[in-house]
Design a protein around this ligand. Structure first.
Ligand code: ZN
Length: 194
């Protein structure tokens, strides 16, 4: 039987994700004993769902482990009344099936387009958003994530600025050395001619 290690980095209900992913793996998976590590994280864009699934290593008969990553928009973009809306639930399920396909060795040419995938096993499932009693976990979670994004962006910008500066000054240095050599030679020649 398939085993699931769920790594949920979002405010979406772990319990709901777990049930949904296990249903998908049972309905669409390889039917072997492998362990799936499934990471659920956020994506930057406000809509759509993206994913990644590992191909089985070539030549291996019994795949023991596969890895899937699904990136979901943040709850405020896709959730209403405490749960992910139907459109994004559908996206999630279809991308999940697509990535499961990759873990079974299927390439894009072997699979139907993501939007054409049917998910009858999804019947009645939902992905709720976890809210704690103090306030919204979503807000706090998002705040922490946003802080990281902001810092990373500013480091990237500063690094770029620094790189540009170093590049420019390195060129200046090269030019200065070049002119020093030129005037050195000129001085030498003048010395010789005297
Ligand atoms: Zn793909």
């Amino acid at each position: 039987m398939v085993k699931l290690q769920l790594e949920n980095r979002t405010a979406y209900s772990r319990q709901d994700l777990r049930r949904l992913i296990l249903d998908a793996l049972r309905a669409e998976g390889p039917g072997d004993d492998r362990t799936y590590t499934v990471v659920i994280d956020y994506r930057r864009s406000k809509s759509g769902v993206s994913g990644y699934g590992t191909y089985p290593p070539s030549g291996v008969q019994n795949v023991r482990h596969s890895r899937i990553r699904i990136n979901m928009p943040r709850p405020q973009h896709v959730a209403s009344s405490g749960a992910v809306n139907a459109a994004h639930l559908g996206y999630f399920a279809r991308v999940l099936v697509h990535e499961i396909g990759h873990t079974m060795g299927l390439r894009h040419g072997d699979m139907v387009k993501v939007k054409e995938i049917e998910t009858p096993w999804l019947n009645g499932q939902e992905i709720r958003v976890v809210i704690d009693d103090v306030g919204s976990t979503v807000d706090k979670h998002q705040k922490a994530r946003d802080a990281i994004d902001t810092i990373e962006r500013s480091i990237a910008a500063a690094t770029k600025k620094y790189d540009t500066y170093v590049k420019r000054r390195t060129t200046d240095l090269r030019k200065a050395k070049q002119s020093l050599r030129y005037y050195n030679r000129k001085a030498e020649r003048q010395g010789e001619s005297k």
